[in-house]
Design a protein around this ligand. Structure first.
Ligand code: RB5
Length: 142
């Protein structure tokens, strides 16, 4: 499975940690930046990352800013994207199982690295349940 990663300066350090984890777990990664803690604008990196999902080159994405909020708002401007800002294992699992989220957003300034890496692994392991959840997604996917 190929996963696209993106971050702004508030998420840069956690993105590097997530990237190391995913490489260790042998996922294919595309990293669209940013590449340092220098100040950048999160919508630029959200747009770059989700374009890899929209064009089919990546299946899932992980976007990280300071809070996860800006990245999730930006990513969800794209019709094909269901981005979920998660801060627990529970919300990460449910975002896949019920919402079929194709982008996980994290806040590099609001959760610690250990929890973030657990959230990422939980999110990747969780599967969409379909059924009534598909019906609900269909209602905002027209
Ligand atoms: C950048 O300072 C910060 O606003 C950004 O990382 C993010 O938290 C926005 O939602």
């Amino acid at each position: 499975m190929k996963i696209v990663l993106g971050a702004d300066h508030g998420g840069f350090e956690l993105k590097e940690d997530v990237k190391n984890l995913l490489v260790t777990l042998e996922y294919d990664i595309i990293d669209v930046g940013c590449s340092s803690t220098d100040s950048v604008d999160y919508p630029d990196f959200a747009d770059k990352a989700v374009s890899s999902i929209i064009d089919g080159s990546c299946e899932l994405g992980i976007l990280i800013c300071g809070t996860g909020i800006g990245m999730s708002i930006s990513a969800n401007r794209h019709f094909e994207i269901r981005a979920a800002n998660c801060n627990s294992e529970y919300t990460a699992a449910l975002s896949r199982e019920h919402n079929n989220a194709n982008v996980l957003c994290l806040g590099g300034r609001v959760i610690d690295k250990e929890l973030a890496l657990i959230i990422v692994q939980t999110w990747l392991r969780s599967e969409f349940e379909g059924g009534r959840h598909q019906r609900r997604i269909d209602k905002f996917s027209k």
